[in-house]
Structure formats: C-alpha cells, structure tokens
Design a protein around this ligand. Structure first.
Ligand SMILES: [Fe+2]
Ligand SMILES: [Fe+2]
Length: 256
C-alpha cells in the first residue's frame, strides 16, 4: 500500500465537487512507487480520452435519468434528483482534468458512447422503461462503479478524493434501478433478457476499446472486466433472477 505525502491537496479535493470546477490544485506526485507519472505526456494523452469518457458518461447519465422520468412521471422528481448528482459528478471530473492540465477529448467520448446512446434513445422512443433502466441504471452504473473502483488506487490524490465521493452516489443509482426492476420483475423478465442480449456485448466492446488507455493509467483490463461482471451479476441477483438466468445473461458478453 502506497502512503501519500502530506503535500496531497486533500482539502481542495474534498470540496471539489461542490466548488469551482475550474480551480487548479496541481501537485501531482510524480515517481511515487506503484503510481503512474501523472505529469508525463503519455499519461496526459491517455487521460484526455479516459477523462472524456467519464465526463460524457456523467452527462449521458444525467440526460438518461431525466428521460426515464418522462416514462415514469410519478418518479420524475426522484429521477431528477439522481440526474443532478450526475451533473455534480461531471463537474468534479472536469476539475480532475483541469488539475492535471489535460483537455478532455470529447469527440472521442461521443463516438465511444454512440452505440449505447442509440439503443437507449430507441428504447425511450418505444416507451421501454425496462430497457432504459437496464442500460442506464444497471449496465452503465455497474460499468462506472467498476471503472472507479479500479481507478481509485492508481489515481492522483485530487482525482482520488473526487472519485471516492462519486462511487458512493453511483451505488444509490444502481440500487434505484434494481429496486424498480425487482418490484416489476414478473412483467419485465423477457424484456430484461432481450435488453441484456443487445447491450451487454456493447459494454464488453467498450471495455475492450478503453483497455490500452486504461493500462497507461495502471488500470488492467482483466480487473475492469472482473469487477464489472461481479457488480452486474450481484445486481441481477438482487433483482431476483435465478443463477441460471444470470449465467445465461452473462454469457451474452462472450458473444461480443
Ligand atoms: Fe455519476
Ligand atoms: Fe450514476
């Protein structure tokens, strides 16, 4: 376990999601054993794409929760509360890029999310609440939680504080999706299976696409995949699916 030096901008980082996202508190710890060199051009280049994916993901999450609120109006207020949390996350991760002097590659991130974005929009247009919830509240949240888990131990001190705060929120979002699907399970089983078959392979591809840049940040693809599948399967178990159904659903990842 690496002990961080007392020069860590911990105070600034603690407040960062609530305060000015443009403030820079640059004090990256370079050359600390086990951690990447946060100031190197290689790191910053990979970070420009990973950070953009995170920022785009938080924005998509915001938009998706607002959209789901239009399908379940009685839940619109709660969903807009979740959506506001996502914008706060976006602000925090924007501050992380500023802190490292990195410009997020947003066009790359838009392309990265495009297939999942299209599937969500199609489901929304068809009024498919179950599919929308599986994509956003289960798949994207489980993807985010696993990525943040793997990132936290190798993040710069500023980003680490922010990410630790964010990951707690993402669990409440995952839980929201789980609870709705659990309460409606008997009516949504078939749609859940179909939505999984169409979207889990996309998440698998997204994990593959991000692997090289993630490795520069010292995040290993195998760890990302294992953490994601474990969060996803736990979530399906919580919804009330049988272990046989869950195994069938997980198998869709192999066909990507
Ligand atoms: Fe978020
Ligand atoms: Fe979230």
């Amino acid at each position: 376990m690496v002990t961080l030096s007392s020069t860590t901008p911990a105070k600034a980082a603690t407040d960062a999601t609530d305060t000015d996202a443009t403030a820079a508190h640059a004090a990256p710890l370079q050359g600390v054993e086990g951690l990447p060199d946060f100031g190197s051009e290689t790191y910053k280049d990979a970070y420009s794409r990973i950070n953009a994916i995170v920022i785009e993901g938080e924005q998509e999450a915001h938009d998706n929760y607002i959209a789901i609120g239009s399908l379940i109006p009685e839940q619109a207020e709660e969903l807009s509360r979740l959506a506001r949390m996502e914008l706060k996350h976006k602000k925090g991760f924007t501050a992380c890029a500023n802190n490292l002097g990195v410009t997020a590659d947003m066009p790359f991130a838009k392309d990265f999310f495009a297939p999942l974005h299209t599937n969500f929009q199609n489901a929304l247009a068809a009024g498919k609440v179950t599919t929308c919830l599986l994509i956003q509240a289960i798949l994207i949240e489980a993807f985010a939680i696993s990525a943040y888990h793997i990132y936290i131990p190798v993040a710069d001190p500023f980003a680490r504080k922010i990410t630790e705060g964010v990951v707690k929120d993402e669990y409440t979002h995952l839980n929201y999706g789980q609870e709705w699907l659990k309460a409606n399970l008997e009516g949504v089983r078939d749609e859940l299976m179909e939505a999984n078959r169409e979207n889990l392979p996309l998440v698998r591809r997204m994990l593959d696409q991000v692997a090289a840049d993630a490795a520069v940040l010292h995040m290993e693809q195998e760890d990302l995949m294992a953490d994601f599948l474990s969060s996803y399967q736990e979530s399906l178990m919580e919804i009330g699916l049988s272990s046989r159904e869950i195994a069938r659903m997980a198998a869709a990842a192999l066909t990507a």
